[in-house]
Design a protein around this ligand. Structure first.
Ligand SMILES: C=C(O[C@@H]1C=C(C(=O)O)C=C[C@H]1O)C(=O)O
Length: 358
């Protein structure tokens, strides 16, 4: 074949490529319209029966040179791409989507503005065990000029025989101490029926990892007008995490801080596996602020500082960690909480890191 002939054939192929591109784009736009109609009618995007009918028709028309199996393969890819298009359209309509809202949502608690591009910190004991134990940590938090104080009063524990928290008694202790030291309270609520009463004591409602898909609790948190700290489920995908946030948003509450807290993997060197890349993925997909709980993700005191540095370096809006005056006697999470001296070192390291690298 001389090169002139080759050029002519290639030109024809180029023209066909262009036609295919136009057709496939036109098809994409039609499929997007179908997707919108289906969404409005609550119909499933994937319709295998419709796909089968189209494939059978195409195969009956196939006169070669491609084999039926090849034609089937090519069209299945086209259908798959169409489904992905419908899915991303639907996702971009979600309230959590960055496509819907370009600027960061800033969640403000006692002057701490999560989502403003600067790092923010939340510290406190895993559980409220007594007034004295809680106050010792609050005092240390206050001395460091911090504002947000966490503590668990309702504790969803793996074993029913483990310490379950002091309940409302614990919330009262938190409130009293937080008022004394001018701090804001972050505490977990596990029961939708407790929400209203808890609002008297809590400034930020935490939804824990085990309750990330407790949809009634999410809806209830969506109805209140206080910020919500939503933790990622133990084995939740980022998509499931975002849809959990959507439950809260859909009820009218957009004051949500997302918290990556490690996910369950085969790895046992750490309590969970800190999914550090979830932070930039979430920051891209959503306008909501994202923090990292370094205590639960690592489960190891010796990893808290490097994990926190990694979190801030990769773009997290803040870090949460647990502090106890005497971790070895703590009623929960004894192995992973910092004592007060370690807390001081932790904060010194964070200040140095923030100053030098952020
Ligand atoms: C476009 C639709 O949605 C999906 C995509 C299809 C396609 O690309 O042709 C076919 C069936 C569905 O799985 C539809 O239902 O018609």
């Amino acid at each position: 074949m001389n090169s002139e002939e080759l050029d002519v054939l290639r030109k024809q192929v180029d023209e066909i490529n262009e036609k295919i591109l136009h057709l496939i784009s036109e098809r994409g736009r039609l499929v997007q319209k179908i997707g919108k109609l289906k969404h409005a009618q609550g119909i499933n995007r994937f319709d295998p029966e419709r796909e089968r009918v189209m494939l059978d028709r195409l195969l009956s028309l196939n006169k070669g040179p491609f084999k039926d199996a090849t034609i089937e393969h090519i069209f299945k890819e086209i259908f798959k791409a169409a489904l992905e298009l419908q899915e991303s359209d639907q996702k971009s309509e979600m309230l959590f989507s960055r496509k819907n809202r370009k600027e960061n949502t800033v969640v403000s608690v006692k002057g701490e503005t999560f989502g403003d591009g600067k790092p923010h910190f939340i510290f406190g004991p895993c559980s409220v065990e007594s007034y004295e134990q809680t106050e010792a940590v609050a005092k240390a938090v206050k001395e460091k000029g911090l504002k947000l104080f966490r503590g668990g009063a309702f504790k969803p524990r793996t074993s029913p025989y483990d310490f379950q928290g002091l309940g409302f008694e614990g919330l009262k202790i938190l409130r009293e101490i937080a008022d004394k030291y001018d701090l804001a309270v972050v505490s977990e609520i596990v029961n939708p029926a407790h929400m209203e009463e808890a609002l008297e004591y809590v400034d930020v409602i935490q939804i824990g990892a085990r309750n990330m898909q407790n949809f009634e609790l999410l809806k209830e948190a969506g109805r209140v007008r206080k910020p919500v700290l939503l933790k990622r489920g133990l084995a939740a995908t980022i998509e499931e995490f975002l849809y959990a946030a959507e439950y809260i948003l859909s009820q009218g509450n957009s004051q949500i801080i997302l918290c990556e807290r490690g996910i369950r993997t085969f790895e046992r060197a750490t309590r969970n596996t800190l999914d550090i890349s979830a932070v930039p993925v979430l920051k891209q997909e959503t306008h909501l602020p994202v923090i990292v709980d370094v205590t639960h993700s690592t489960g190891r005191r010796d990893l808290l500082i490097p994990a926190a540095k990694a979190a801030l370096a990769i773009g997290a809006d803040g870090v949460m960690a647990e502090v106890h005056p005497n971790p070895s006697v703590a009623l929960s999470d004894a192995r992973q909480q910092m004592d007060l001296d370690q807390f001081s070192v932790f904060m010194e390291e964070m200040e140095k890191f923030t100053k030098n690298y952020l």
